[in-house]
Write a protein that binds this ligand. Structure first.
Ligand code: NAD
Length: 362
């Protein structure tokens, strides 16, 4: 354990005994007086390789809230990279501040310097509140940044470092795997899918599902995003609160965390929950409740790993077609989880955790 702290002893005690601490290898508090940078970098586990994880910028109400978030998210990255068989550990960083008000190029460069001081143990990428342009600024001060390269496939179609299309692709093949397992169907023709949130990931996912013949129902607090899906894909617009009640095959959360909870589970009529949102289960017991209700749950960090696969192999300069193959392998991992969960009468999230832990054990 190597903790770098610039705070007092009380704070140290709260960290080691923090309920989200879970054997973190390193937690670094970063401050830069000139730019006002206040950030925390958490490295949970590096047994498989350097800790890669996004940098979130958010106006946290307190330092404690920021610490809570970074510890929880960095542990999640260890599980996500391990289950995706990536040569990476888990880490995350948070910048305390409002991205609309407090973000400056100097602040991003200061964050790049803080990342650099870890010598490659932590690799930063974009997350909510940060974007490709911010990563480019950090990249002026450190080589340990990902999610920035332009990528082109064999047909010459190019895109920026944004990993969302790969996250959507992984979610799409994950839905295919879940439908094959639960409904015994080898294609998505006529499958009814409710998508909650058609932002960066959700709208790419909707297009792929539409092309595969699925019938779409979409909700989003952003009306324009919904209207685009209605006009482009013939999707049915659904009021935000009604998305849980639909008579569909698949509920695909692509917006918020904690949407699988005591209030929503009794309302769900879908036989599959499979979407890109992080931390879908409000608590682990809700994964048990889904299984008891006979709903097949594709664990979030397994099905949404397309983005981390993308940023990982961007650093290894792997060709786009190879990255796609790795992303498509998410379907194989899900088949393994579904089959083992069924054979052992366990909820799928438990099996996913077990497989990930086997893979990142030292
Ligand atoms: P995004 O912000 O682009 O899209 C989220 C969408 O959800 C927005 O259009 C927003 O208006 C909508 N939304 C917010 N609250 C809502 C509500 N109550 N009901 C319906 N819609 C609501 O984010 P994104 O990049 O598309 O990511 C979506 C989810 O997937 C997030 O949970 C994110 O953490 C997760 N995720 C994203 C990636 C990635 O590559 N972008 C990777 C892994 C996981």
């Amino acid at each position: 354990m190597n903790a770098s702290l610039n705070s007092d002893q009380d704070m140290t005690m709260k960290i080691f005994t923090h309920h989200e601490f879970d054997h973190h290898e390193q937690v670094v508090f970063c401050h830069d007086q000139n730019t006002g940078l206040k950030a925390i970098i958490a490295i949970h586990n590096t047994h498989r390789g350097p800790a890669l994880g996004g940098c979130r910028m958010y106006p946290y109400a307190s330092d404690e809230e920021a610490l809570n978030d970074v510890l929880r998210l960095s542990k999640g990255m260890t599980y996500k990279s391990a289950i995706a068989n990536l040569p990476l550990g888990g880490g995350k960083s948070v910048i305390i501040g409002d991205p609309h008000r407090d973000k400056t190029p100097e602040l991003m460069r200061a964050m790049g310097k803080a990342v650099d001081q870890l010598g490659g143990r932590y690799i930063v990428a974009e997350d909510s509140g940060t974007c490709v342009a911010d990563m480019l600024l950090m990249g002026e001060l450190t080589p340990h940044v990902s999610g920035i390269a332009e990528k082109c496939d064999a047909e010459g179609n190019c895109r920026s470092g944004d990993p969302s299309p790969m996250t959507a692709r992984g979610t799409f093949v994950g839905i295919q795997a879940a439908v094959a397992h639960r409904l015994g169907k080898s294609n998505l023709d006529g499958i009814r899918v409710a998508i909650q949130g058609v932002g960066n990931v959700g709208h790419h996912l909707a297009k792929q599902l539409h092309d595969a013949g699925a019938e779409l129902f979409v909700s989003d607090i952003n009306r324009t995003a919904v209207e685009q899906m209605v006009s482009e894909l013939g999707a049915t617009a659904v009021a935000n609160e009604e998305i849980y009640d639909l008579d569909v095959d698949v509920f695909a959360p692509c917006a918020l965390g904690a949407i699988i909870n005591d209030l929503t589970i009794p309302r769900l009529r879908a036989s599959i929950v499979a979407g890109a949102a992080n931390n879908q289960l409000a608590e682990k017991r809700h994964g048990v409740a889904l299984a008891e209700k006979g709903i097949l749950y594709a664990p979030d960090y397994v099905i949404n790993a397309g983005g981390v696969i993308d940023v990982c192999y961007e650093r290894n300069h792997l060709a786009q077609d190879h990255i796609i193959k790795q992303v498509d392998a998410i379907a194989d991992t899900l088949h393994e989880i579904f089959n083992r969960a069924e054979a052992q009468h366990k909820p799928t999230f438990e099996l996913a955790d077990r497989i990930a832990e086997e893979r990142f054990a030292s």
